[in-house]
Design a protein around this ligand. Structure first.
Ligand code: 5GP
Ligand code: MG
Length: 188
């Protein structure tokens, strides 16, 4: 079916149904790995707001998943331009509860060069949690500059600057239900 796209969007790369299936598959893997142990889902704002909430909901609907699931959020920003993060990542908002002794699952929207995740994983591991793992909706493995461990991957992302489902370009397009390619003429 032909879909009318908003101005600025060139085409849909990952549909809402594909995202839903990927999130449910990740939830099944997480349910299997954590079984009965309590879990802190730690979403990285703002990009991972949609995937964090949808993953929490999918976990609640997955038989055998942990029932003791806490939700927390952290916000980081990185210098560089709007399209590429630099190696310099800054903590903007910390967790609301201490993670010492907890099983923490970082939930990220996308891993590109790896700097953001590397920073987060190192910072969180230094706080002596019981464990730290990472779930990422979109992976651009061919763009990695730093080797980071990603335990759960939703979808391998085409080599495009993408928006939607939490991802923005200059704060626009986050609320699109799919992941899409921007019209290149919009990128400055
Ligand atoms: P990394 O530090 O791994 O390069 O990238 C992580 C961050 O860069 C993401 O959390 C996101 O903020 C930004 N980023 C990387 N690729 C994209 C993309 O294709 N679209 C958008 N909107 N942000 C991206
Ligand atoms: Mg992010």
């Amino acid at each position: 079916m032909q879909q009318t796209l908003p101005p600025g969007i060139e085409r849909v790369l990952i549909s809402a149904d594909e995202i839903d299936a990927a999130v449910r598959r990740m939830a099944a893997e997480i349910a299997r790995d954590y079984a009965g142990s309590p879990l802190v889902l730690l979403g990285v704002l703002k990009g991972a707001c949609f995937v964090t909430v949808d993953l929490a909901r999918a976990l609640a609907e997955t038989p055998g998943a942990p029932t003791d699931v806490a939700l927390d959020f952290i916000a980081v920003s990185s210098y560089g331009n709007a399209q590429r993060s630099s190696g310099e990542v800054r903590l903007v908002q910390d967790t609301s509860h201490a993670i010492e002794g907890k099983h923490v699952l970082i939930v990220e929207d996308i891993v590109d060069n790896g700097h953001t995740l590397h920073y987060l994983q190192a910072m969180l591991k230094a706080r002596q949690p019981a464990s730290v793992r990472t779930a990422v909706l979109l992976d651009k493995p061919y763009r990695r500059v730093i080797d980071v461990t990603v335990d759960y991957v939703g979808v391998t992302c085409p080599d495009e600057f993408v928006v939607g489902y939490g991802l923005d370009y200059q704060e626009r397009f986050r609320t699109l239900p799919y992941v899409a390619k921007l019209r290149p003429e919009l990128l400055s």
